[in-house]
Design a protein around this ligand. Structure first.
Ligand code: ISE
Length: 360
């Protein structure tokens, strides 16, 4: 399937309202991407409302979507009677209030990571949603860990869960970005980038992370001043498995995300370059290779499409079909330990409430 085809609604979406009317809060890079996807590639939904702190940007995005209005205040957009569900792509510091408002109104919400800025406030969201579920039997919150919808990650989890590699023992992760925007700090590498590997580890292994160590090797000369890049992060799971993460965000080259699971009876790796291997005469001599992936929106374009289609289908039948509030909370708790480990240079145990059950 190419990224431009409209995805079919899953059959279970059968008895749903004709069309889910979605408010997209924040139409920067990610939000505008979601508006385009909901308008052109996802079925069963339309963007009814957009908001953005930059009103010109909101006006521009709305002008391209038939029937879409700008509502300047995000809380008013959540309360709007023409809105059935919400996508949150605003800066992380606004998520807590916006997700809580969606729970209060009882409408489904897909929130880009981070769920909130710290573990305590994410836990509050878990509790608020739990109370809603106890009253109504419905879950409302999904967190935008899109990698779970990438066909390679889904197949790897299937392989691990089916015992195809025997007991999993180790996971090796490489996460490389060509560059990051100015203002990124070493702590934000943990919170914005390593967080994906935290979710991947929980998703692949089906257990929580118990402790984190962060090592800071010599930095690349390409890194912004005061940035420690790359980082080497070690995650220990509650079942005694180890996950090592190389996170390197200023390679100057390409977007590369590779994951290898090593089990007692075999190993499997995903994220290798694929597509046509081309040979041609380059300016400096003959070259051979595959195309370079420039960024995460290209690498995970299909994953985002599948994520949003499944979110729409589930929302129309009153369900959530993806990582939930608990996964958002768990990721925040691990990243908080990661930031502390970075500051102290010591192995740091993750402080997490118990949920009673295994991670989703
Ligand atoms: C960015 O915020 C993302 O979420 C990307 O998936 C990740 O690869 C990148 O490192 C982050 O900065």
């Amino acid at each position: 399937m190419t990224a431009t085809e409209v995805l079919p609604a899953s059959p279970a979406a059968g008895a749903a309202p004709a069309e889910l009317r979605v408010a997209v809060l924040g139409v920067g890079l990610m939000g505008a991407d979601h508006v385009a996807r909901l308008t052109r590639r996802v079925s069963g939904a339309r963007v009814a409302v957009v908001t953005d702190a930059a009103t010109e940007r909101a006006d521009q995005v709305a002008a391209e979507v038939p029937g879409c209005r700008v509502v300047p205040d995000p809380l008013a957009a959540i309360a709007d009677p023409d809105v059935d569900a919400v996508v949150i792509a605003t800066p992380g510091r606004f998520h807590e209030e916006q997700v809580l408002a969606c729970i209060e109104r009882g409408i489904p919400v897909l929130c880009e990571k981070p769920l909130t800025m710290d573990a305590a406030s994410s836990l509050q969201i878990v509790r608020a949603e739990d109370a809603h579920t106890a009253r109504t039997g419905r879950r409302l919150v999904q967190v935008g860990f899109m990698r779970r919808f990438d066909p390679e990650y889904a197949a790897l989890r299937e392989l691990v869960a089916s015992g195809g590699l025997g007991e999993p023992l180790l996971v090796h992760c490489a996460h490389r970005n060509p560059a990051v925007p100015p203002g990124v700090t070493t702590e934000s590498i943990v919170n914005d980038s390593v967080v994906h590997e935290v979710d991947v580890a929980r998703f692949l292994l089906g257990e929580e992370i118990a402790a984190v160590t962060v090592l800071t090797p010599r930095s690349t000369r390409h890194a912004a001043e005061a940035l420690s890049d790359p980082l080497l992060v070690l995650l220990e799971t509650t079942g005694g498995r180890l996950v090592d993460v190389e996170c390197f965000v200023s390679t100057g080259l390409a977007y590369e995300v590779r994951t290898e699971v090593v089990g007692e009876d075999g190993s499997a790796v995903i994220g290798l370059p694929h597509g046509p291997v081309r040979q041609s005469a380059g300016p400096g001599g003959a070259v051979r290779g595959t195309a370079v992936t420039p960024g995460f929106r290209e690498r995970f374009g299909l994953a985002y499409d599948v994520e949003v289609q499944r979110w729409v289908d589930a929302a129309r039948r009153g369900d959530v079909d993806g990582p939930g509030a608990w996964d958002g909370y768990a990721a925040q708790a691990v990243c908080a330990a990661g930031v502390e480990a970075l500051r102290t240079g010591r192995r740091t145990e993750v402080r997490m409430e118990s949920r009673g059950g295994t991670p989703s």
